[in-house]
Design a protein around this ligand. Sequence first.
Ligand code: IPE
Ligand code: IPE
Ligand code: MG
Length: 244
Amino acid sequence: MATELQSRCEPHHVAIIMDGNGRWAAMRGQPRSAGHRQGVEALRRTVRAAAELGIGVLTLYSFSTENWSRPAAEVRFLLDLLRRFIRTDVAELHKSNIRIMVIGDRDGLEPSLRKLFEEAEALTRENSALKLVIAFNYGGRQEITRAVRALAQKVARGEILPADITPDVIGNHLDTGGLPEPDLLIRTGGEQRLSNYLLWQCAYTEFVFMPDYWPDFDADRLRQAVADYRMRDRRFGGLTAQSA
Ligand code: IPE
Ligand code: IPE
Ligand code: MG
């Protein structure tokens, strides 16, 4: 019984807002880029730890639609870092049976980056261990807007009726269509906000905010967040044994 209860409490989908790279570097008198570089190491550790914990889906916020407003040199550095991460790690991730998926708006991205995303997705498509979802050029409002437009086009073409549009249908038209909603969202760096991340999907997600900067994130901190999650009483608006 205890094990059944425990297994029901494991988060299947964990989403992370990897925040605090710049402050991590500033604290050490280093340029922000040094924080981003260490952030990639934290990302590698986290993917490994998530796979070991048996987490099904790990969705990482790597670059928001609003991050383009940063200085051009930082934007370029972040793009190059992601490019290098995929190039360097894709074979290893594939060997570990990890499936790579990218969410966010690909329109207007450099063709070489789009090609890299497509190739990584195609190579790992059949993998059945952890799903690693990278949110790049991602914004929750933009994603919902794209879904609404796609649905409006279907209505305009007479393929569906307005009454056919249900929450499930909307969910399936998002970039995350087919994925379960996040059970647990972790944000490092001390801020307690969503910053346009997974707005629709987080309707009933449990939030864990950590003061630690992302470059310091590791397996222990992930386990700690999962332990916090296990203590939560998820009611989804109803009553559970604990609250009844
Ligand atoms: C997160 O760290 C990385 C990205 C947003 C791409 P930040 O760069 O936001 O670091 P802080 O929040 O300024 O410390
Ligand atoms: C959120 O962090 C985006 C990513 C981690 C990729 P930001 O640093 O951009 O968020 P704000 O600006 O503090 O809300
Ligand atoms: Mg930040």
